[in-house]
Design a binder for this molecule. Structure first.
Ligand code: ZN
Length: 499
């Protein structure tokens, strides 16, 4: 076989694997939104079979020979093909070390574990979820042993979501953030809190839905290439750049929750909708890492969506929907309330200053779980202790504590740190974007297109063809530097709280 023939084999593999990924994603979407709970057994069995198909399509001698050949002949490949080889080789090496039957059993377990988590959370009873979490953790630790690791066993999982991230680097990142954020929170808490009484009022859900759709349009979400649905935990599902779906959750007594989660998920969706069409159905048609993905959602949610210029443009529309509740509230007071800093229990409702501390709790617990023998029954208490230590608040129920996030039920360990990295990346991108375009003027005018264009050209278009460090250096001309995030927080909150 020659290079041309191996490249054709790679294309065939890419289309087959991407079709399987697409189908699994669609099933995932379905089980998180509309699927019946009673259908779980059949669904789990289909998911198990699908994942076996995924496994056998990738893990075989022909694929190995092709990937090895193309890696050796890298100089003959164009960038797109080389990126595909890199990604499939990573997947191959990740999966080949796990026995096939264990891999399929794990996929089926995840589907059941997710349902158990949902029930446990609803009933506020960790014991419903505990046996599943125990099995997921055992499988995860076993897989890490199969896959191997350098340094800390958690490194293997961190690298799954952010290329090259290690416990050493994450420890340094979090300790820096902690050193800056904890004193900032104290300075803010010494000041008078924004007057938020209007947020305790009732906000009709059908109008919230209307406003969420308005937000998606304003932010240039292509409405004919996706949709908005509801789920317990808001998320984005990308099938292709022409079919990107987001979910949110509406609460009558919490207007800001649906607004911020809709903007957040739209930020994720814009990334997916603006990947180069040249990639087609491919492993490259997806954001490059969780951290870069979060940078896009957080840039829209926090840096833009909680700024005064943005609300100067869009607040009137919200007031029109809720004249009784918001008629007498000024845009300045509304924006201040959007940026209320208050240590709290729930990560997804946390303000952007205390948010990294929520992530730190999870990071430290995962790090410990991966290196020590842990009795799952002790995890809720450990969780509560850490909240008390870092945030000064202690959950009284499991639903407000360890059961709040879906991630562990899906086996997503190593994922959380990327949320905090995302905020830090976002501020670095924004700093450099402001050198090129007048961001405040655009936010105030409602013309978000030049902002999306900047992000699309420098980040989105590449999909997974570049690794995170290449994206960051390409867009900003320097390596990742968390200083931009700390500067952003200090400047922004000094103004809002008159520090
Ligand atoms: Zn997100």
């Amino acid at each position: 076989m020659n290079t041309q023939q191996y490249m054709e084999q790679l294309e065939t593999l890419d289309i087959r694997m991407s079709s399987l990924t697409y189908t699994s994603a669609l099933m995932g979407w379905d089980s998180m939104t509309l699927a019946s709970k009673k259908g779980v057994d059949a669904r789990s069995s289909v998911i198990g079979n699908m994942s076996e198909l995924f496994f056998t399509s990738l893990i075989n001698d022909e694929v190995k020979e092709m990937l090895d050949y193309l890696t050796e002949h890298k100089s003959e490949l164009d960038e797109t093909i080389a990126a595909k080889v890199r990604l499939y080789l990573k997947d191959y090496n990740e999966i080949m070390k796990i026995p096939k039957d264990e891999y399929a059993a794990y996929q089926a377990l995840i589907s059941k574990s997710n349902l158990a988590w949902e029930e446990a959370r609803e009933k506020n009873d960790f014991s419903i979820f505990a046996p599943y979490l125990d099995q997921v953790l055992k499988a995860k630790k076993k897989f890490v042993k199969y896959r191997g690791y350098e340094g800390h066993p958690y490194n293997t999982l961190l690298d799954d979501y952010e290329d090259g991230l290690t416990v050493e680097a994450a420890d340094e990142f979090f300790s820096n953030l902690k050193a800056k954020i904890v004193p900032l929170v104290k300075r803010i808490q010494a000041k008078e809190a924004p007057k938020n009484a209007f947020l305790d009022l009732t906000y009709d859900i059908s109008k919230q839905k209307e406003y969420s759709k308005y937000m998606m349009e304003v932010l240039n979400f292509r409405m004919d290439c996706g949709c908005l649905a509801e789920s317990a935990h808001p998320f984005t599902m990308n099938l292709s750049r022409e079919d990107v779906r987001i979910t949110t959750k509406f609460y009558e007594k919490d207007l800001l929750s649906s607004i911020s989660s809709t903007i957040h998920e739209t930020g994720h969706a814009l990334y997916e909708q603006n990947i180069s069409p040249d990639f087609g159905v491919s492993i490259l048609t997806s954001g490059t890492s969780m951290g870069i993905h979060e940078s896009q959602s957080r840039l829209y949610e926090n840096n833009f969506g909680r700024s005064l210029p943005f609300w100067h443009k869009h607040y009137g529309r919200l007031q029109d929907l809720y004249p009784e509740q918001l008629g007498n509230i000024s845009v300045e007071d509304f924006q201040k309330s959007l940026n209320t800093v208050k240590p709290s229990l729930i990560r997804i409702d946390a303000d952007e200053v205390t948010y990294p501390l929520h992530v730190m709790v999870r990071y430290e617990m995962e790090k410990m779980i991966m290196s020590d023998d842990v009795n799952v029954d002790e995890l809720p208490r450990l969780w509560n202790d850490k909240y008390e230590e870092y945030l000064g608040v202690r959950p009284e129920t499991d639903s407000d504590g360890i059961l709040q996030d879906v991630h562990w039920s899906e086996g997503l360990f190593g994922y959380f740190p990327s949320y905090a990295l995302g905020s830090a990346y976002a501020s670095q991108f924004e700093f450099y974007m402001r050198k090129d375009i007048d961001v405040d003027a655009l936010l105030a005018s409602g013309d978000m297109a030049p902002i999306l264009k900047w992000l699309s050209e420098k980040i989105h278009v590449y999909g997974s063809s570049k690794i995170p460090s290449e994206i960051i250096e390409g867009a900003t001309g320097e390596k990742f530097n968390p200083k931009y995030f700390v500067d952003y927080l200090e400047t922004k909150y000094s103004a809002i709280y008159d520090l």
